[in-house]
Design a protein around this ligand. Structure first.
Ligand code: FAD
Length: 396
């Protein structure tokens, strides 16, 4: 009898945890597990703001997939998914033959949401992959290198659109990077402008006010200019134009203002809201008992406030761990438990030595929060590859 085919799309936080859980629990003859990812490596999205600012090398934020999966149990295919045919239970790939599945796990992450702002998609940079952060860093450095010759202030002006977690973490890294970058290109530090623009009436909307105040005060003390309640209306490539008509000339514009689900989900005809699927308590797509959606592509409702949980690595990881266990239970005909998100808290870094956060209901800031943030990054590496990966990555 042929083994049931489980196909996992995306080796992000959710997809990798599913694959690792299945590989650990299932015997070889119980299922055929295939993991598809467009790169040969997994990147730590939660650390991408560092290479984007140039405070660490991008290689610190990635690990080869074949070095962390059990290759005897998981068949890894490096390729780009081009479409999902839910009628024929098949996934189409760019370079390989179509893949048939009995169970499909969609963990393809998110894509930038630009809310139709003119010119943003074409002219802004996005913190979303190893390649995108490499481009941001190199572009910014090239702009700085031109300053001495051209003396144009926009060359050393960086606009960050969005003051949510990603925007604030990136701004924190920029603040750390600037002294060294200015020394390298003989630019007085006070000439550099870092402008963080947010449409909502506050930085880090929805977060604890005391911690928000701490973050703003710290970043302002390092020269960051905040423009809140200020929607960006246009991005031209040389400037951004905000509501009211003010033009801020900047050669580097990085958009962190929103994410949406993967377009492949919309194209597949799975019920969705801007590419995200409101999954049931077993993480199944509506009307499809064999399609599971996890991570940033999924929407899980927080019943306490009747709103979706924000897309985070924390919930993606827990979904992946849960799904590994529940697929094993499905294959063995055991009773299924429902998915419950255990929210341990949130920490935002403000550079290497500063952070703010709430962990298990307690507020932290300064070096303690920064240390806790580091611990969460280490935990992820440990989950992926144990102590040997931590050592390999030089984190211990
Ligand atoms: P991802 O980790 O995004 O992985 C998706 C994978 O699918 C990628 O490997 C991608 O290459 C692959 N893929 C996509 N399309 C295709 C295709 N067509 N074919 C093949 N492969 C494809 N969350 C936290 O909990 N804590 C934090 O501190 C935190 N900090 C963050 C900082 C930054 C700068 C950013 C950008 C995000 C941060 N997040 C944080 C959010 C977190 O990173 C995401 O929620 C998380 O990465 C989502 O995981 P995922 O499994 O859905 O997808």
């Amino acid at each position: 009898m042929s083994r049931p085919k489980i196909v996992i799309l995306g080796a992000g936080y959710g997809g990798l945890m599913t694959a690792k859980g299945l590989a650990k629990e299932l015997n070889y003859n119980e299922a055929e597990i295939t993991l598809v990812n467009q790169n040969s490596y997994h990147y730590f999205t939660t650390e991408l703001h560092k290479p984007a600012a140039g405070t660490s090398h991008h290689d610190h934020a990635r690990v080869s997939i074949s070095s962390i999966i059990n290759k005897r149990k998981v068949n890894f295919i490096q390729d780009r998914v081009t479409s999902i045919d839910i009628e024929k239970k098949t996934v189409h790939l760019d370079q390989h033959d179509p893949l048939a599945y009995d169970y499909l796990v969609v963990g393809l992450g998110s894509a930038p949401e630009t809310f139709g702002i003119e010119g943003l998609l074409e002219n802004a940079f996005f913190i979303r992959s190893i390649n995108s952060v490499r481009m941001i860093r190199e572009h910014m450095e090239y702009m700085f290198s031109r300053y001495q010759t051209e003396k144009k202030e926009e060359l050393i002006t960086i606009v960050v659109g969005g003051a949510g977690f990603t925007g604030i973490e990136y701004v924190g890294e920029l603040v750390d990077r600037m002294p060294e970058l200015c020394r390298e290109y003989d630019i007085p530090l006070e000439k550099v402008r870092i402008v963080n623009i947010e449409a909502a009436p506050t930085v880090l909307p929805g977060f604890d006010q005391e911690l928000v105040d701490y973050a703003v005060k710290y970043l302002e003390s390092k020269g960051v200019e905040f423009k809140i309640s200020t929607p960006i209306e246009k991005c031209t490539g040389e400037s951004v134009i905000v509501k009211g008509g003010e033009e801020i000339r900047a050669s580097t514009v990085v958009w962190t203002g929103g994410v949406r689900g993967n377009r492949l989900i919309e194209e597949a005809g799975i019920e969705n809201m801007r590419g995200r699927v409101k999954v049931d308590q077993y993480l199944r797509a509506p009307g499809h008992d064999n399609i599971f959606v996890i991570g940033d592509s999924s929407l899980v409702i927080n019943e306490e406030i009747n709103r979706p949980y924000p897309p985070t690595a924390q919930i993606s990881t827990q979904q992946g761990q849960y799904l590994g266990r529940s697929l094993v239970a499905t294959l063995r005909g055991n009773e299924l438990k429902t998915f419950q998100f255990d929210n341990k808290g949130t920490i935002a870094s403000l550079g290497k030595k500063e952070a703010i956060g709430i962990v298990w209901g307690k507020k932290y800031y300064g070096w303690t929060a920064s240390w806790l943030k580091r611990a969460t990054d280490l935990r992820w590496l440990f989950l992926l590859g144990g102590v040997s990966l931590l050592l390999r990555k030089g984190r211990l």
